[in-house]
Unconditional design. Structure first.
Length: 319
């Protein structure tokens, strides 16, 4: 048998093998698509917002440069137990008062702290490291500069609310529900400052009340862009999903708001800290959405998606 025939036969065999392999891949792909029990749709935006990211980076730097000095976080670094526990294991102790511990480096978290508490820590000899979100800090300045009474749209008792209104040099009313307007004199002129993660629905409700009562106000801000982008991404998921899993915790205002948006659309929603909290009922539908609050590690979202894949889900690239 001549060498040219052998070469041609070998070449033909390679071509046949490649074609067979290609068909096999196509069959496998069709088989996988057919066998997928549900589709997984991941939100276009998730993971740390810039404020949380900055605060976390500041905490990392504190740990690296502490040089043996005690390090603290004044209040929980973010509203996420996983993040807090991670930094606690590396020596960042959560405290609420300067009287609890000996002086050292103390981090002001993303939500900020009140002016009064800041002074207490300074007076006791602590070195303060400012990790306040820049947008929250801008709200602090707006309150400090206001010459009119302030209407603060926000959650009463929330860390960001407390830190922000402490900067007011005039009267301040925290407006969390429509009934809170009953305490406000409608004939006065007001400056309005809004918590960065406050409910969009409530903001529109409050604006309608202000208009209805003929009140004169000046709006200084709205919710932050990061919160808005996450809410828009959830709105998009609600149009195509029958169930949406929000990765986050109930203590987080922004994660709770994402969950509320899901429910308001009539979509079945779940708020869970991570993959280990998955239950079968959470992925019993055909199209399962996944989104996350702004203080959630991106890895926690990816781990939950991977867990859904292991349970028969297939990621769908939405356009």
């Amino acid at each position: 048998m001549n060498s040219r025939f052998l070469k041609r036969k070998t070449k033909n065999n390679c071509a046949l093998h490649a074609a067979s392999e290609s068909r096999l891949i196509d069959v496998r792909r069709l088989f996988c698509n057919h066998m997928a029990m549900f589709n997984i749709h991941v939100a276009s935006v998730y993971g740390f917002c810039k404020g949380v990211e900055s605060s976390v980076r500041t905490a990392e730097k504190m740990i690296e440069e502490a040089g043996g000095r005690p390090i603290y976080s004044i209040g929980r670094l973010v509203h996420n137990n996983r993040v807090v526990d991670d930094f606690s294991s590396r020596g960042l102790r959560v405290i609420s008062s300067p009287d609890e511990v000996e002086p050292g480096l103390a981090l002001i978290r993303a939500h900020g702290i009140t002016r009064e508490l800041k002074k207490e820590f300074e007076d006791k000899g602590f070195t303060l490291v400012d990790g306040t979100c820049r947008i929250v800090a801008a709200n602090h300045r707006s309150c400090a500069a206001a010459v009119n009474p302030v209407l603060f749209f926000g959650i009463k008792g929330h860390a960001e609310t407390l830190s922000t209104i402490s900067n007011c040099n005039t009267r301040c009313y925290v407006i969390e529900t429509g009934s809170d307007f009953d305490l406000v004199e409608p004939s006065e002129y007001y400056d309005v400052v809004i918590q960065t993660t406050f409910s969009s629905v409530k903001i529109e409700e409050f604006k309608a009340i202000i208009k209805e009562r003929g009140m004169k106000v000046r709006y200084h801000n709205s919710i932050c862009a990061a919160s808005m982008r996450r809410r828009i991404s959830v709105d998009e998921l609600c149009r195509i999903c029958d169930t949406i899993i929000v990765v986050g915790e109930g203590q987080s205002a922004n994660a709770t708001e994402l969950y509320n948006i899901v429910v308001s659309h009539g979509v079945k929603g779940y708020l869970v800290p991570g993959a280990e909290y998955l239950k079968e009922e959470m992925y019993s539908g055909k199209d399962i959405g996944v989104c996350a609050g702004a203080s959630v590690y991106p890895k926690d979202v990816k781990d939950l998606v991977a867990a859904l894949e292991e349970r028969g889900g297939m990621i769908v690239q939405d356009r």
